[in-house]
Design a binder for this molecule. Structure first.
Ligand code: PLP
Length: 449
């Protein structure tokens, strides 16, 4: 048992003396301080809170700890690397690990996504991909192609690029006009037609024609890229109708527009293949990832870039910098060490296809919750992703969702809520008995609503 022994004292194991200074992200800070939920340790499928209570991890942290927690191979790789070389600059200077890692990642990705640019987060990956798209057209003499198309309800992180192509009003409205030249397709969440369908929703493929309409509206020769999440997670799990992503690919091809898949949550086994692109059989021109890349152990993101896109940047003089973009920590040695050990763990334990094996069992348990509360208006599943949508309480949207989050935590289960949608995405090491426990606790909580 790698959990600290009862009564052990070390930084981070007990509640902080004061909670005034840390301004928590995406949090109702004053409410939180009055009723904190503090995690202190983690191993395998479980967290422990500062009281030492086990909390079953129903969300892989924040959709990221796909290999489970405190896996010894990953922990040791990080520790060894910290002692060997803590940091190395990668601007006109190199170190071996990012090259090795990029090679390994290339083997996992669909062809021709053969090149990898490293970032530190999903948000940075998105902004990087959008910049590469615009720069790519310019490098090919089509500098007028700078418009971007995203989708309503999309979450692409919190950079100015990401919130501009993103479609969540709260994430946009406080922060000014955002990038110019951005438009949005409609999202594909249609509870009226698709409620309680298992797997992909049967209706809505025609929504892909929104892209055709926007392309015509803006003039195809002005559009650089389209970005979508194959499955959106943060907005409450929105699935693509069969054929939808294929149709986006077709339209992009027809007009010379780049297609970017934001696979920050769908990457690294979440839907039963290394990437959703492979499960859906649609290959984008770029793919953004983060989270599961290091199983959440060290911050790291990446952008996969197709050969064709990469090649256009390699045409200038050999001594000229090919892309004026990068981060101090691009290819950070600790993150690379964590990612390499994570990929080894995924491979050895078959975790990148495990969601496929468990998908039916997962869907059965999830959909069986339907009767546990009259407030449930939809249940959605795919791979090891689940969502339960509650009808908002009159005058208090989000109140039911928060009640579930809070009560589930007190019972010993970590869930994620967005408004009144409860999302589940357990570590890929999850066993059937954990799935049973998860749905049993959740069912009890839902019954109290
Ligand atoms: N893109 C998608 C699809 C995401 O789900 C997220 C985070 O949930 C991000 C981007 C942003 O990632 P980060 O929080 O690492 O910046």
């Amino acid at each position: 048992d790698a959990f600290p022994a009862p009564g052990a004292t070390a930084p981070g194991l007990t509640a902080p003396a004061s909670m005034d200074a840390f301004w928590m992200p995406f949090t109702a800070n004053r409410q939180f301080r009055r009723s904190p939920r503090l995690l202190a340790a983690a191993e395998g499928m479980y967290y422990r809170d500062v009281e030492g209570r086990p909390i079953l991890d129903g969300t892989a942290g924040l959709w990221c700890c796909n290999a489970g927690h405190a896996r010894p191979r990953i922990v040791q790789a990080i520790a060894r690397q910290a002692a060997t070389m803590d940091f190395a600059p990668h601007f006109q200077m190199g170190s071996p690990l990012p090259f090795e890692l990029a090679g390994r990642l290339k083997e996992l990705a669909p062809r021709p996504l053969d090149h990898v640019f490293f970032t530190n987060s999903g948000s940075e990956s998105v902004d990087t991909a959008l910049k590469i798209a615009i720069a790519w057209h310019r490098a090919r003499g089509e500098g007028q192609r700078a418009k971007l198309i995203g989708r309503e309800k999309a979450y692409h992180g919190v950079g100015f690029g990401g919130i501009s192509v993103g479609g969540l009003p709260n994430n946009r409205k406080w922060f000014g006009p955002g990038l110019p030249g951005v438009d949005h397709m409609r999202h594909t969440l249609d509870i009226a037609r698709n409620a309680f369908s298992r797997g992909l929703p049967p209706h809505g493929v025609e929504l892909a024609e929104d892209l055709e309409r926007l392309v015509q509206l803006h003039d195809p020769s002005t559009i650089a890229a389209v970005i979508v999440e194959p499955i959106s997670g943060s907005a409450g799990v929105i699935l693509p109708p069969p054929g939808y992503l294929q149709r986006l690919r077709e339209i992009c091809d027809n007009y010379g527009i780049l297609l970017v898949f934001d696979e920050v949550i769908t990457g690294f086994g979440r839907v039963g293949a290394p990437f959703a692109a492979q499960r859906f059989g649609v290959t984008p021109d770029m793919m953004t990832v983060a989270k599961g890349l290091t199983s959440g152990c060290v911050p790291m993101g990446a952008v996969f870039v197709s050969d064709r896109v990469h090649e256009a940047f390699m045409q200038g003089p050999e001594g000229a910098i090919d892309l004026f973009h990068g981060y101090t920590y691009s290819g950070h040695p600790l993150a690379c060490a964590a990612a390499l050990a994570t990929l080894d763990t995924y491979a050895e334990e078959g975790l990148l296809t495990r969601a496929l094996e468990l998908e039916d069992y997962w869907a059965d348990g999830l959909h069986a919750l339907r009767g546990s509360s009259p407030h449930i208006i939809d249940i959605r599943n795919y791979g090891l992703i689940g969502a339960i949508e509650l009808a908002p309480q009159d005058g208090a949207p989000g109140a039911r969702g928060y009640q579930v989050l809070e009560q589930a935590f007190r019972k010993g289960l970590l869930v994620r809520t967005t408004g009144d949608t409860i999302a589940l995405s357990p570590p890929l090491i999850v066993e059937r008995r954990h799935i049973d426990d998860m749905f049993s606790m959740l069912g009890e909580v839902l019954a109290t609503l």
